[in-house]
Design a protein around this ligand. Structure first.
Ligand SMILES: [Zn+2]
Ligand SMILES: [Zn+2]
Length: 467
């Protein structure tokens, strides 16, 4: 195994930014030295002028997800390669149990899709989409033997992934017993379906009505209900996924102020994009930005509130909810009926950059950037200290980030398997320069050295944030 010294850079973590040299031995970090104090006779990478950060951890992706009569367009191969280009060296994808399926069968199918195809390391959450008596036993088994310690339930999508309040409560009680975490898609699905049917009956079929029929109130209500249900389940750990709206954030903040085990993530699209500017684009164009929860109105305070929530830790994590669909033949399934547009945006390649732009814009500190894209997701989901930190003994997942570089996002240059970009034309005042996964250089400059099969399954432990 090779020894490598990353020399001359500034190592950034949640607690500070310090000039230091990082010694990698094989797949792990061996030592951190004061500048110039490391061994002289080893291979070096010059990190002068660069930030040296732990590889990104994207805790919410959906490679090859079956949805709306089609499949998310990135495979584990194309999606994890794109992740690597963007400085993300671990993904946590959602294995899926659908109604009528056995949980373990759904998990086995997900392992079969991923095994041998990933360019970066991967772990799984489990979607419980057909909750029943057997699901309860399966939860225990996944926690103890499969390294899966978080379970996603849906308050939306009746007839597809939906769980009712009784099912949710039982899953929460079980999670409280076995130490795992419940992740919640918090939107009131049955109420949304009424609004959708009424809109379609009025002839409102354009993509913007996807957002209008999923109002903030129905995200806030579901978030609040999930928080109360978790309190009935003895303060079961609860993680709200893809939080998009101010009033949902208020619910999370209030619960956290009471010391509850309530956590939340947001996604880059909610920090930057809006109902009017993107979802309301002329014609059918807005279909590119159909995702759930939806983009929120421009003139309401959502984006400013979400950035503030990231600073104050009411939002602990930024994930992508990467769920790409091509425009042609996929998003187009919803021409003339917005409810048939597959839900999802592809961003796995851009999360680290888009959040770095928050640093440039004075919305986040450098330390908080690293914390929200790498360290906290690793700690939240039982991957720490193997992932999410530059420290002796940790996996050598390291990104050299160039604050003097520039990134222009475009379908012409991205590596995701999509025929458009939700971020077309976005410019970032920074650039991923070098990406290392378990000691192997995957990306240097614009050259790719990685391969499908390098990435391994990482079984997870319990969350670091629970006692
Ligand atoms: Zn969801
Ligand atoms: Zn999702």
């Amino acid at each position: 195994m090779s020894v490598l010294l990353i020399k001359g850079g500034t190592v950034v973590g949640p607690t500070g930014a310090t000039p230091a040299d990082v010694l990698v031995d094989g797949e792990t970090i061996a030592a951190i030295f004061a500048p110039g104090r490391g061994p002289q006779d080893v291979e070096t990478i010059d990190a002068t002028g660069k930030y040296v950060i732990p590889g990104g951890v994207d805790a919410h992706t959906h490679m090859e997800l079956p949805f709306g009569g089609t499949f998310a367009s990135d495979t584990f191969d194309t999606g994890t390669r794109a992740a690597a280009f963007g400085g993300t060296t671990t993904i946590v994808d959602f294995a899926v149990q659908r109604t009528g399926e056995v949980v373990q069968d759904g998990l086995a199918a997900w392992h079969a899709k991923a095994a041998g195809n990933c360019h970066v390391d991967y772990a799984f959450h489990m979607i419980l989409g057909g909750f029943n008596e057997d699901s309860l036993k399966a939860m225990d088994q996944l926690v103890t033997t499969e390294g899966i310690t978080s379970f996603k339930l849906f308050m939306a999508y009746p007839g597809v992934f939906y769980s009712d309040d009784g099912q949710i409560l039982r899953a929460m009680q079980r999670a409280r017993e076995n130490g795992s975490m419940i992740m919640m898609h918090a939107e009131n699905g049955p109420a949304i379906d009424v609004l959708v049917q009424q809109a379609l009956a009025r002839g409102e079929t354009d993509p913007i009505h996807h957002g209008i029929t999923r109002p903030e109130a129905l995200e806030a209500e579901a978030t609040s209900r999930a928080i109360w249900l978790a309190s009935v389940a003895a303060d079961c750990p609860l993680y709200i996924v893809h939080l998009s709206a101010s009033k949902a954030l208020e619910q999370v903040a209030a619960a956290r102020d009471l010391g509850r085990n309530v956590f939340a993530e947001t996604c880059p699209q909610y920090l930057y994009l809006t109902l009017e500017d993107q979802l309301g684009a002329p014609g059918f164009e807005g279909a590119k930005w159909v995702c759930s929860t939806p983009l929120r109105p421009r003139d309401e305070p959502h984006r400013a509130d979400l950035w503030r929530g990231l600073r104050t830790n009411d939002l602990a994590v930024v994930s992508t909810d990467h769920c790409p669909f091509c425009f042609k033949d996929q998003k187009e399934l919803g021409v003339g009926d917005f409810s048939k547009i597959p839900n999802g945006i592809g961003s796995v390649e851009h999360r680290v950059d888009l959040l770095y732009q928050g640093v440039v814009d004075g919305k986040l500190s450098l330390q908080r950037w690293v914390e929200t894209v790498a360290t906290t997701p690793a700690r939240m989901f039982g991957l720490y200290p193997r992932k999410g930190v530059i420290a002796p003994g940790s996996d050598a997942d390291i990104v050299l980030y160039d604050p003097a570089g520039r990134t222009r996002i475009s379908v012409d240059t991205h590596h995701m398997n999509m025929d458009h970009s939700a971020w077309e034309g976005y410019e970032i005042a920074g650039k991923v320069d070098t990406v290392i996964s378990r000691g192997t250089v995957l990306v240097s400059g614009d050259t790719y050295h990685g391969r499908a099969g390098h990435g391994r399954y990482v079984p997870r432990g319990l969350s670091d944030y629970l006692v």
